[in-house]
Design a protein around this ligand. Structure first.
Ligand code: APR
Length: 259
C-alpha cells in the first residue's frame, strides 16, 4: 500500500537498513544527458532494437557496421557526460555504510565515475568503455579501438586472432555475464532493502531481480518517472526525477541518522 509521504517513508527505511541494493536503469543517467531507451526520443525511437541482436552481429557484416556506427555515437556522448546527483547519492549511501551493491543495467560507467567502489558496482549488461574479442577474449580499452574505427575501420578485428571485436556490452540474444549474475544473486541473498531507480523493468532477466527480492521478503521501492509493470508489487513507489528525488532522500536520511 502506498504511504502518504513516500519520501519520508523511504528515508526511514534507508536509515534503518544495513544492506541496500540499488538497481539502476537508463533513467538514472538521463539527468547526465544520456537519453534512455524507451522514453519518447529514446534510443529505440531512433534505432530498431532488432537490428542490434547478437545473432545479427555474428552473421551480417552490414549489421556489424550499423552496430559500430550506433556505438560510436554513444561512445562520443559518453566522453562528454558526468555523473549526476542520483549516482552521487549511491556513493553517499556507501559512505553511510548502507550499501550492499549497485546492480546496474547501464553500460555508461557513471556509477564508477561518481566514485563508487568498483567492487560494489555490478554491471549486468556490461560496460561500453571496454572492448572484447568474441574469439580469443582479448580485452582492449574502448578508446584504443575507437581510434581504429574513427580512422576508417568500420568493423574492427582482433589483431591477435582476426576475430570480431565488440564492446563488452550485452546485446539482445547474448548470454548474461556469469560472474556478474552470480555476484548479483549473492548480494540479493544478503540485502534488506531493494531500491529500483530509473528502469522501465521490461527487459529480462534483469527485471526478475526486484520480484525475486520481494519474494525473498525484502522491501521493494521503485523510483521512476513513469509507471512500471511492477509498481503494484512494490512496497513503495515514487514518481519523479532520480537525481532530485535521491538528493531529497539523502538529505533526510542524514538528518535521521544524526538524531
Ligand atoms: N528519473 C527517473 N526515471 C527516469 C528518468 C529520471 N530522470 N528519466 C527517465 N526515467 C525512466 C523512464 O520513464 C523509463 O521508465 O527510466 C526508465 C528507463 O527505461 P528504459 O529506457 O527502458 O531503460 P532500462 O530500463 O534501463 O532498459 C533496460 O533495455 O535495451 C535495453 O540493454 C538496454 O539495459 C537496457 C535495458
Amino acid at each position: 500500500m502506498q504511504e502518504s509521504d513516500p519520501i519520508v517513508t523511504i528515508s526511514q527505511w534507508i536509515a534503518k537498513a544495513e544492506r541496500i541494493i540499488v538497481f539502476t536503469g537508463a533513467g538514472v543517467s538521463t539527468e547526465s544527458g544520456i537519453p534512455d531507451f524507451r522514453s519518447p526520443g529514446g534510443l529505440w525511437d531512433r534505432y530498431d532494437p532488432d537490428e542490434f541482436r547478437f545473432q545479427r552481429f555474428l552473421e551480417s557484416e552490414e549489421s556489424r557496421k550499423k552496430y559500430w556506427k550506433m556505438s560510436t555515437e554513444f561512445f562520443a556522448l559518453l566522453t562528454r557526460v558526468r555523473p549526476n546527483p542520483a549516482h552521487e547519492a549511491c556513493v553517499e549511501l556507501d559512505r553511510l555504510e548502507k550499501l550492499e551493491c549497485v546492480i546496474t543495467q547501464n553500460v555508461d560507467n557513471l556509477h564508477t565515475e561518481a566514485g563508487l567502489d568498483p567492487g560494489k558496482v555490478i554491471e549486468i549488461h556490461g560496460n561500453a568503455l571496454q572492448v572484447g574479442c568474441l574469439e580469443c577474449d582479448a580485452r582492449h580499452p574502448r578508446a584504443e579501438i575507437q581510434e581504429w574505427v574513427d580512422a576508417g575501420e568500420e568493423v574492427p578485428l582482433c589483431r591477435k586472432c582476426g576475430g570480431l571485436l565488440k564492446p563488452r556490452t550485452i546485446s539482445f540474444g547474448q548470454g548474461m555475464p556469469v560472474d556478474e549474475m552470480q555476484r548479483a544473486e549473492a548480494c540479493m541473498k544478503r540485502c534488506d532493502l531493494f531500491i529500483v531507480i530509473g528502469s522501465s523493468l521490461v527487459v529480462y532477466p534483469a527485471a526478475d531481480m526486484p520480484i525475486h527480492a520481494k519474494a525473498n521478503g525484502v522491501q521493494l521501492a521503485i523510483i521512476n518517472m513513469t509507471p512500471t509493470p511492477f509498481d503494484e508489487h512494490a512496497d513503495l513507489v515514487i514518481y519523479g526525477k532520480a537525481g532530485e528525488v535521491m538528493e531529497d532522500i539523502l538529505r533526510r536520511v542524514k538528518q535521521l541518522l544524526i538524531h
